[in-house]
Write a protein that binds this ligand. Sequence first.
Ligand SMILES: [Zn+2]
Ligand SMILES: [Zn+2]
Length: 397
Amino acid sequence: MAVVSKELFYEHITSETPCSVLHLWSSSCMDGISFVAVNVLVGAIKFFGPIYVLRLLLSWKKISPKYLLTHALAYARAVTYGLTFSILFFGGLCVLCNINGFKYYNNPKIAGAVSGLSVLVESQDNKTFNSLIFFNQTVESFVNFLTYSTDKKRSPIGETLVFMLISSTLMYLFKTQPNSIPFLHLWFYPTGSLSEQEPSQANCTHKKSCFEYGYKGAFKFFCVGYVLELIKNMLPRTGRVFSQPKMLSQMLLSRKNVLFGLFFGSYVLLYRHIGCYLRKKDGGEFPIHSVVAGLLAGSTYYLKPNRQIPIIGFTTILQLLWQRILFKYNLPKIPYDLLVFMISNGILMHFRFLLDDYCPKYTLNMLNITTSNLAQHIHDRMSCLMNHTEKEYNIVV
Ligand SMILES: [Zn+2]
Ligand SMILES: [Zn+2]
């Protein structure tokens, strides 16, 4: 059982249920949280380690003793963020339980939102990056909830059509962006705004021939897609991959990586070729070209349907619209990224512990690794409570 509805929750949890059902390893809250902290320290070191090693490898040209020290400090900051997150979340659950009894269905949401404050430990770039990742995961949870709870089967054609519309809108918004303020986003192929370019002309502005421009972009983005999918599949299995060389070769040759690379590469190829063709046909570049090119290039999604890409497209549309609002109106200066992170985190924790059928795989993996599987144990414990089955857990770090 992976979905705990409000009714089921209130049927099995009473005001007498102690919060120690969440920290089975100790009846004391302080000891319970200390145990979580030790496990998360180990888990966060394991989770952020490969990410920071990869970042270091990607910036190998900059490596110097000073750079290594900065990098090590950033890694320590990330581990501290993970540790603070867990203490605030589990501590929050215990505090709420002692205030209102372990009977309030929204406790994980509130404790999750409060634990979002932990991101303040991170640098500004990482704060924004974490907010983006968590916001995307939250949108994915809702998409999963809406599609799975209505028993709708996944339709690659339907998803492709939705992606085509998202891609078309997104490329139009990039092209007509009124300001050129750079901002962090996760979309793989952003284009420059027409307002930043020279007055429109019939000839293409790229140096190479249109053919070469299209194919060079396609090759580059094929590699980007291939590597991204490879890293995504490798990160949760880093330890096993290096101890089992056969697994590494299987992952390198995986059809999934090639198809994902082909999706990225052919998207860029189509987008560029259609753009060049329309520019010559109409004697200049116009925003409507991005609408058409984005729409048709979006059809390549069918090669490797992956819900995360349309979701990233959708959230980037929201970001672009938000940029326009910021540009037009003088809004109060408050940390919007922190607010987004806290709200997203509250919702994600609710999905993780009460509705995990709809929780994105990335969130499940991330929490299992960073908590050394304690998140899974706590979830299983909840399931036992709901089923009136008791089970002894041997939790070993
Ligand atoms: Zn407690
Ligand atoms: Zn061209």
